[in-house]
Design a protein around this ligand. Structure first.
Ligand code: NAG
Ligand code: NAG
Ligand code: NAG
Ligand code: NAG
Ligand code: NAG
Ligand code: NAG
Ligand code: NAG
Ligand code: NAG
Ligand code: NAG
Ligand code: NAG
Length: 458
């Protein structure tokens, strides 16, 4: 194409790759692939094993079939595993062996999600929805087999969207501390269950997980990309938990039956002065943003904290692209990104990051995606937070290294608790994936202390 005559693909992609995270040879963790992004995604599947969301042997068998950079191989390996485990689950007599069936369905659900993970570059791919329907059906069967089943809830807001949520009761008597948990750029509620929800339930907290615009089901069913004013997602949930939600009935479409706040009174289970908000990954930017406006929370947890996600991603791009972005040259910027995506030279992390970004922000323009991302900027808003906030960094984070420290430093004096998860502890990966038990110990230990301090001084 004549358009690119001044810039060869190689020069563009060469500088792209140079700026991207290569395998960190000083990372003390054993690497599961020579492809850094595959290492992380496989670790992410293994990370659910302590809480029954995967099992180690079968995941490592799938991992051996992965060809670095080949997204088809990733789909094939995990789709094969998902259907095999689903067949195993279906063959179990659920009435007689509910525990066996539950574990098998939960694992099948996780593997369907992994099969979907690298497919978002082609929005017409019907597997984006079919795999999601399969994962949700399997997960919901698992949920229904719990001693206290989780309950799907649809929460319509005044802002034109419905928040999707799942309520998990602690099972302990009396109003209890409650944690609202949200994921980030590419996670989902079901994944949260196996990393954080069970850890909170075991400690006696209720949990409300949710997905807002840009996230798994809201993106698929309501066709909505991320919005920066995340309080529009969180405040209705706080209302539901406190019993102050004004019931709306225009629930968005879903193939899944859910209750609405009109059907269930959650406030009776919730200690209103002990509601926390946990944000994972990009949620480490969204949760603080919501807390800058929503002041009824007792505690905020950003794992890991993110101050300026848009700036972080832009800084990793070659100067040619940065200059075009700063000049507002959308046409040429997008054409260069498309050329790079057409080439075979992007790293897995770069290709996936751009494709997932466009999908989650609901735009076919990479320029627009990156432009939207600049609105997620906690630099001045950090000082609006009036809630004790836990902010983590992970030493070997391949996405947003060092952002937690920057966010913590801008919080009001006395409100920030900063925690650095070291690589040597095994918790150095993004969001400390693979170290759920240590992470739960640290994060929920802090939450428990904040709740005790807040309620004893009240
Ligand atoms: C690589 O790992 C070392 C040791 O954990 C860490 O200190 C360093 O920040 C990492 N480098 C990058 C670029 O992630
Ligand atoms: C990608 O891997 C699949 C196997 O999962 C293989 O059939 C296909 O040929 C590979 N594609 C390339 C370009 O190597
Ligand atoms: C996207 O997926 C659709 C449906 O499977 C397919 O027809 C189309 O060829 C795909 N496009 C690309 C560029 O692969
Ligand atoms: C629900 O109704 C409210 C008030 O009429 C409206 O503002 C909002 O956009 C509607 N939400 C949905 C998801 O249709
Ligand atoms: C639900 O789907 C129907 C039929 O496709 C459509 O008419 C209606 O507007 C949708 N409602 C919402 C809230 O999205
Ligand atoms: C974030 O906000 C700060 C303070 O307003 C500003 O200086 C900075 O340029 C912003 N960053 C981005 C990426 O927009
Ligand atoms: C965008 O950049 C290209 C390449 O430098 C240039 O030819 C074009 O004139 C620029 N467009 C605008 C609107 O500045
Ligand atoms: C990228 O590939 C698509 C599909 O093959 C093609 O239509 C498009 O022109 C290519 N774009 C660039 C910039 O090479
Ligand atoms: C943040 O605080 C400032 C100063 O009190 C206020 O003007 C601004 O509206 C607040 N921002 C938000 C989003 O609430
Ligand atoms: C709880 O209060 C004690 C005593 O004031 C203080 O030392 C501690 O840092 C507080 N804990 C948290 C997590 O804020």
């Amino acid at each position: 194409m004549k358009f690119f005559s001044t810039l060869s693909t190689l020069s563009l992609v060469g500088s792209f790759a140079a700026a991207a995270a290569a395998v960190n040879t000083t990372d003390p963790m054993y690497q599961l692939s020579t492809d850094t992004d595959y290492h992380f995604e496989v670790l992410r599947v293994l990370a659910m094993a302590p809480f029954g969301g995967s099992d180690i042997g079968e995941t490592l068998v799938a991992a051996k079939q992965l060809v670095p950079g080949n997204f088809t191989s990733y789909y094939n390996a995990f789709y094969d595993l998902a259907t095999r485990v689903q067949a195993e689950a279906d063959a179990i007599d659920r009435a007689r062996y509910p525990v066996s069936a539950r574990y098998a369905y939960f694992r099948a659900a996780s593997y369907y999600r992994s099969a979907d993970f690298y497919l978002h570059g082609n929005w017409s791919d019907p597997r984006i929805n079919s795999l999601w329907a399969a994962q949700r059906a399997a997960f919901d069967t698992g949920l229904s087999l719990l001693p206290i089943p989780g309950v799907r809830l649809a929460v319509p807001t005044d802002d034109g969207f419905t928040v999707e949520a799942i309520w998990y009761s602690s099972g302990f008597a009396g109003p209890r501390p409650t944690v609202i948990m949200g994921t980030g750029y590419d996670g989902c509620q079901e994944e949260l269950y196996h990393g954080w929800v069970l850890g909170a339930l075991e400690r006696g907290y209720n949990v409300l997980t949710y997905e807002g615009p840009g996230q798994a089901t809201v993106r698929r069913e309501q066709n909505l990309g991320f919005v920066p004013n995340w309080e529009a997602v969180i405040s209705p949930l706080v209302d539901v938990l406190m019993g102050t939600y004004a019931v709306k009935t225009n629930v968005s479409n879903s193939t899944v039956t859910r209750l609405t706040p009109a059907d269930i009174d959650l406030a009776q289970y919730v200690q209103p002065d002990a509601i926390g908000l946990l944000g994972i990954s990009f949620g480490g930017c969204l949760a603080p943003r919501a807390a800058a406006v929503e002041h009824r929370l007792v505690a905020v947890m950003a794992v890991d904290g993110i101050l300026t996600p848009g700036q972080t991603i832009l800084d990793e791009m070659p100067s040619t692209l940065i200059n075009l972005f700063d000049a507002g040259n959308q046409t040429y910027f997008d054409a260069l990104i498309e050329e790079a995506l057409n080439s075979t030279l992007l790293t897995t992390g770069e290709r996936w990051g751009i494709q997932q970004g466009e999908w989650a922000f609901n735009t076919h323009s990479a320029f627009d995606w990156l432009h939207q991302l600049q609105d997620y900027n906690m630099t001045t808003l950090a000082a609006n937070i009036s809630t004790p906030t836990f902010v983590a960094d992970a030493e070997n984070d391949i996405f947003f290294p060092g952002q937690g420290r920057l966010l913590a430093d801008l919080l009001r004096p006395g409100l920030a608790t900063y925690h650095f998860f070291s690589g040597a502890s095994g918790a150095g990966a993004h969001c400390s994936l693979g170290a759920q038990l240590l992470e739960n110990e640290v994060v929920f230990g802090w939450f428990d202390e904040v709740v005790a301090n807040a309620t004893s001084s009240a």
